[in-house]
Design a binder for this molecule. Sequence first.
Ligand code: NAD
Length: 499
Amino acid sequence: MPTPTHDWHARATELSIDGRCFIDGKRVHARSGAVFDNHSPIQGQWLAEIERCGPADVDAAVSAARRAFEDGRWSHVSPMGRKRVLARFADLIRSHQEELALLETLDMGKPIQYALSVDVGGTARCMQWYAEAIDKIYGEIAPTPRNGLALIQREPIGVVGCIVPWNYPMIMAAWKIAPALAAGNSVVLKPSEKSPLTALRLADLALEAGLPPGVLNVVPGFGAEAGEALALHNDVDVLGFTGSTRTGRRMLDYASRSNLKHVYNELGGKSALIVFEDFADLSRAASTAAASLFFNQGQSCNAPSRVLVHRSVADAFIEQVAAEAAKYPPADPLLADTVMGAVVDEAQLNTVLGYIQQGQAEGARCVAGGQRARAESGGFYVEPTVFDQVTNRMAIAREEIFGPVMSVIRFATEAEAIAIANDSPYGLQASVWTDNLNRAHRTARALRAGTVHVNQYDEDDITVPFGGYKQSGNGRDKSLHAFDKVTELKTTWIRVDEA
Ligand code: NAD
């Protein structure tokens, strides 16, 4: 999708932002009257007042969702009928692509060209795909003895609570709500307080597409208020959470303290990209590692933030990857050709700069970047940064930085590379670069990660599951597997007597 040649700053001044909640098909104020300010990381400028939802608003949203589910206004609509509405929703996302992309870029600082192609494009594709999938899924008949017939069917689970992060606000929301709505559930969505704008607009568009009131509700607000109220609510049947491992831990606690709702966590990562000495095209490995890590300012859960390189090619790799880093200069994300924008806010800027200092203090060698950039803009930018001489015990190798910081670790043998890659609490993704077919299969099997890439990174498609091993979470977003999380499996036994 080409980036239209607009003056996006001028477009931004014309935007009217509605920060009210979306409950039972209507834009409403928070019951307490509380609001919070939403700022852009591009220049630190104020964007809008957003309603600050609390337990009373969440309760109203869950009640609306429950009523909608029970009276069948959506849950009883035929799969083909639901498909039509969701396909219209996907069309409306496409026809509002510029507004949605602009909101996303203003809200969290990503380059407008990617907000258009990746975020809006990915959201529309996701909605379309689940719309088209839902009337093609059949139940099963079990191979039981002749005196019985066992029908196995998937039923919508009821009210689905979704809590999502700020790094891909629209896509993360779409991965949760598209399968939930397609399966006939009602949804209450809590976007991140750092990026609530597109979720609210998506709800307007869903209503316009014909989704009945109450089926999709959006409650903006803070994690400890709106998020906690939703996760603790006794009438929420399943909680789909995407965010940090720290908050994911709380989700399990909320479930155990309330109604034992099912919890699916999509959490953090510290993914390893392993470059073996037999891989001939070192420059492709270096450019892909840089592109995958620096995309979205390094704020991707699956970013290959640990790059493991065989010591015989490490010097050459470091030189190339440092040169690649220079191709991602932080710039104004509203310019059409910007490839590296702002990090989401000042707190995130300080977190990233703090890790850079810690890396230096622990003895890693900074070979590219390492500084704040564009401070005069009033926004929050970090130079693409590469560390050499990292060990897997350093904080920059163990903890998720969620910024444009690459840690290069040298290794001597295949066994050592696998051991280092697996020595992490996370297990989201991994990547192996080798020209040896046996080594590719062997190492892909040995890596404890939800996705392993061979000789590439970031290949992505709505048809494949996304999720992690270990403390990167449970369950899977995307693909038909996502339906497992938002449906219950029901068996109906029918006795069949012989004549
Ligand atoms: P976060 O955990 O701080 O917040 C995520 C969401 O949880 C937000 O909506 C927030 O308001 C809410 N929240 C925070 N505290 C809460 C509480 N006490 N109770 C209820 N809700 C609460 O994460 P973040 O900083 O927004 O996002 C970055 C994280 O998300 C990274 O760790 C990243 O790896 C992860 N992530 C994972 C995936 C994946 O698919 N595995 C995808 C994207 C992002």
